[in-house]
Design a protein around this ligand. Structure first.
Ligand code: ASP
Ligand code: MG
Length: 453
């Protein structure tokens, strides 16, 4: 078989809740069966497993505590294994993974070496993909478990590895396409390998990104993201019960939403889709009959307001130098440091002697460490003020800075709240407000009422 593309290829990704247990996996098997174009399946770790692995990787624990966490992971996977008909075939492979997992978990340097952490984290997806391929076989879908590390090549930024697109495209066509003729490949989201072959990971929630990257590399037509909600909503339904699912979204809108905190999609997911014009579907594996959201290049409608997102745990950094008025290159220096730490800045305002910007600051993440290093380096040549306890609320839509009345409606809705920073995006698709975290829920509700209800 030559390495030519397969017509109408669909890559389907199933999130942690979709592969949480045998019954959930059974729903996914039906979804795969119902679409003969689904030839590549990307899975997350079973719900809860990655969090347990992150605990082991990040927290200093006694051997006893580590064993406790391992046994919690084990009982999640055992429950699935025991529901299989061909236990004998799968069990030795699962045991192998469990023993390499416990070896890493009990490694003396597990809390201190990023490469070991990534190897440890990869076990969640390696176990779920092994089990899910067995579930598919049991439901008469010929499936093979495929090690994504042979294809998903990255740099060596453990915990937040950057994919190498050329290598992925070549390897995906060479190693995956030929196998797709007569079988479904079940592979791991979130996991990759660097140039030396060390295991890497793409950052939390990275399985969506994996699916989009493989879809791109394989020249797929569509990429389905199956999760536990029936699509992308006007806002997080946990914030307001008035939130409603969206039938369609543009690539740009979806990218903005993911970047600014919508939890349904990993922020980088839309990049490959945009480059290759791959239609992305988001739906619930529990209720596939309810449909979902299609994310496409050209939508039927282009409303001024599409959705509202919230991103928590923002810090606002203000750097100040009395010399800024004269010092050309000050901004450049500031942003070089930020770039060197691979941080992305979302909001910026400047005055004559200061620059303020926001950084994402989720607890326990790689970003948190990078933020600290960045702030220390900035402190060497200017005054740095760090303010915490902010959330970012973003209205996503179209022609946000040109259509008359678009922003005035937004500001009228939030007139009662203290807005620490207001920013139009560099593109016409967002307007962001930095607010006190204690206000953010109310701000989202007020905006949702004014713009959507
Ligand atoms: N299992 C990983 C996580 O929980 C990746 C993913 O599910 O997308 O972050
Ligand atoms: Mg996810």
């Amino acid at each position: 078989m030559s390495n030519t593309a397969i017509n109408n290829l669909n890559v389907a990704k199933f999130g942690g809740t979709s592969v949480a247990n045998f019954a959930a996996m059974q729903n996914c098997a039906n979804i795969i069966k119902n679409n003969p174009n689904t030839k590549v399946v990307v899975v997350s770790a079973s719900a809860g497993v990655t969090n347990l692995l992150v605990d082991i990787a990040h927290t200093a624990m006694s051997k006893e505590q580590i064993r406790q966490k391992l046994s919690e992971i084990d009982s999640i996977q055992q429950a699935i294994l025991q529901a299989l008909k061909n236990i004998d075939e799968v069990e030795p492979k699962l045991q192998q993974l469990q023993s390499s997992l416990s070896e890493l978990a009990l490694h003396e340097e597990i809390n201190h070496r990023a490469d070991l952490k990534d190897s440890l984290l990869s076990h969640g997806e390696r176990m779920s993909s092994l089990l899910f391929s067995a579930v598919l076989n049991q439901f008469d879908v010929k499936a093979e478990n495929f090690d994504v590390r042979n294809v998903l090549k990255t740099d060596s930024e453990f915990g937040q590895a950057v994919p190498n697109l050329e290598q992925i495209a070549i390897a995906a066509k060479q190693l995956m396409l030929p196998a797709l003729v007569d079988s479904v490949l079940v592979t791991q989201g979130f996991v990759g390998s660097d140039q030396q072959g060390n295991t890497t990971t793409l950052g939390r929630g990275g399985s969506d990104f994996t699916a989009a990257l493989l879809a791109e590399g394989l020249g797929a037509e569509t990429c389905e993201i199956w999760t536990d909600v029936i699509g992308v909503y006007t806002t997080d339904p946990r914030i307001t019960a008035s939130a409603r699912p969206l039938p369609e979204l543009s690539f740009e809108e979806a990218a903005e939403m993911a970047t600014f905190g919508a939890k349904v999609l990993h922020p980088a997911t839309m990049e490959p889709a945009l480059r290759q014009d791959i239609k992305v579907f988001v739906g619930s594996s529990k209720e596939p009959e309810k449909g979902g959201t299609w994310i496409v290049r050209d939508c039927v409608t282009e409303p001024s307001y599409r959705a509202i997102t919230r991103r928590k745990e923002q810090v606002m950094v203000t750097v100040k130098t009395p010399k800024m008025m004269y010092a050309q290159g000050f901004l450049q220096k500031v942003f070089t440091i930020i770039a060197e730490h691979k941080l992305s800045v979302d909001l910026i305002t400047t005055s004559e002697i200061s620059v303020s910007f926001t950084l994402d600051n989720p607890a326990n993440s790689v970003l948190k460490r990078l933020n600290q290093e960045t702030i220390e380096e900035l402190g060497q040549f200017c005054d740095v003020l760090v303010e915490e306890n902010y959330d970012l609320v973003t209205v996503v839509g179209n022609n946000m800075h040109s259509a008359a009345g678009v922003s005035s409606k937004i500001f009228a809705a939030v007139a009662d709240y203290n807005l620490r920073m207001i920013c139009y995006g560099a593109n016409p698709h967002n307007l962001s407000l930095l607010v006190n975290d204690s206000d953010s829920q109310d701000v989202v509700c007020a905006l949702h009422r004014a713009l959507f209800e």
